[in-house]
Write a protein that binds this ligand. Structure first.
Ligand code: AMP
Length: 289
């Protein structure tokens, strides 16, 4: 009888690199899904697609300290490696790469990858070092896994755009695959951080997706003023007493510059809102006919 494939959980970059080298020599394709763990159905959709499209799949689970600001939730970020391993095993993942910070950042670490311009708006305003932390770790993960394809969620639309910019600008030989947002039944985008919400906040958090649905409807009905879209979303969110808006933005999907006046090019409508102390994000893309 064939024994079932057992998933490998590895913490050293060199161990993963050695296996990935063997895979590449054997002509196998490799998919990478970078995550911070505490996996939910949003992550699962990325992992599922990676397993369907590649011979071998590496899922990284790493709460990357350099993408957190000094006042952010690095210490309290939820973790559950047993549940994460079970999900990955179910989906057919080959390797979970689960390093400690010191495995990734040695005592003399001094190299960073930084994308300019599109990292300076939206989440980059309140999280000025965040994207540099993301692009640096993702570059390392690309080299460690030797991936042919890497999978990212549209939930983090700015992150996805930043990664696409980085791979194009630095001629990285990897295909970036964007995957649609997975939501709870009531519309809230799935997120590991939803765990922080108490029942009252969880209810209030539906205001994010509701306000975006109102904006989508306006656009579908022919509204083209970026100001009207921003105002509609802002008013709907502000009516929720537990909410505190970080930003409500309508930006050009390529340059990430604010749209003033009419929407005539493809745009990203993106929001970040604190519900209590939990910062949540959501977005949708829209192309005028
Ligand atoms: P995280 O663990 O939050 O860093 O997320 C890892 C990857 O999963 C990122 O590419 C996210 O965009 C993606 N992701 C997180 N939540 C969702 C979701 N609700 N739908 C689709 N992708 C998601």
């Amino acid at each position: 009888m064939m024994t079932e494939k057992k998933i490998k959980i590895l913490s050293k970059p060199s161990e993963v690199q050695a296996i990935a080298s063997e895979w590449k020599k054997a002509g196998l394709s490799v998919g990478l899904v970078p995550t911070m763990g505490y996996l939910h159905d949003g992550h699962r959709s990325l992992i599922h697609r990676a397993c369907a499209e590649n011979d071998r799949v590496v899922v990284s689970i790493f709460v990357n300290p350099i993408q957190f600001g000094p006042t952010e939730d690095l210490a309290t970020y939820p973790r559950d490696l047993d549940a994460d391993s079970a999900l990955c095993e179910e989906e057919g993942v080959d390797i979970i790469f689960h390093p400690e910070p010191e495995d990734m950042y040695g005592p003399h670490f001094s190299t960073h990858v930084a994308v300019e311009k599109i990292t300076e708006t939206l989440c980059g305003v309140s999280r000025p070092t965040h994207f540099q932390g993301v692009t640096t770790v993702v570059s390392k993960l690309f080299h460690i896994s030797k991936a042919d394809r890497a999978y990212f969620g549209e939930k983090d639309a700015q992150q996805l755009a930043v990664i696409r910019r980085m791979t194009e600008d630095l001629n990285m030989d990897i295909e970036i695959v964007g995957c649609p947002i997975v939501r709870e039944e009531d519309g809230l985008a799935k997120s590991s951080r939803n765990k922080y919400l108490n029942p009252e906040e969880r209810k209030a958090a539906t205001v994010l997706s509701r306000s975006l649905s109102s904006a989508k409807k306006l656009l579908a009905d022919g509204e083209r003023s970026a100001d009207v879209i921003r105002r509609t979303i802002t008013e709907e969110i502000s009516a929720e007493p537990l909410s505190d808006i970080d930003y409500v933005s309508v930006v050009d999907s390529v340059t990430f510059e604010d749209i003033e006046g009419e929407i005539t090019t493809p745009v990203l409508v993106a929001i970040a809102v604190r519900i209590g102390t939990t910062r949540l994000i959501d977005n949708f893309s829209y192309s005028p006919q």
